[in-house]
Design a protein around this ligand. Structure first.
Ligand SMILES: [Zn+2]
Length: 145
């Protein structure tokens, strides 16, 4: 899934688990596991499009804006912001969309070629990510009270 989707869903996970007194390292493990689970869901990724570098820059910039905005404007706790960052971090794998080599380097297990990474055509594959993002924002709003 997109970096921004993992960022928002990781933040939602962070606020729910953090609010229940779960330790930071358990939240880190859960955030990484959540990345794997979401990558199983059929979705549309831009990594194989002609404009993958453009998509990657917009995606990462959007995710960074969410994290910085959540902290500075929204006043969310560091635990929540960092859970979003940790959950999105495995997508550092998409950075090789930014350099010209066709060689794909994938470090995170859910990005390895044998992993049953979910795939869907653009329309449903984008809608499912918008849905995950909306649910995440609702969870963040409700959990914050
Ligand atoms: Zn991923």
């Amino acid at each position: 899934m997109w970096v921004i989707t993992h960022t928002l869903s990781g933040m939602a996970l962070g606020i729910v688990l953090g609010g229940r007194g779960v330790s930071w390292w358990a939240i880190v493990a859960a955030a990484l596991l959540f990345h794997i689970v979401l990558d199983l869901v059929p979705h549309w990724d831009y990594v194989r499009t002609d404009r993958s570098a453009l998509w990657a820059v917009a995606d990462v910039a959007g995710a960074l804006a969410v994290l910085v905005g959540a902290r500075l404007v929204g006043g969310f706790e560091w635990t929540v912001v960092m859970a979003g960052a940790v959950s999105a971090l495995p997508d550092i794998d998409i950075l090789n969309a930014l350099w010209p080599s066709k060689k794909r380097i994938r470090l995170f297990p859910s990005h390895w070629s044998g992993f049953p990474h979910g795939s869907a055509p653009p329309l449903p594959g984008i809608l499912v990510q918008v849905l995950v993002a909306i649910v995440s924002v609702i969870v963040l709003a409700v959990a914050r009270g």
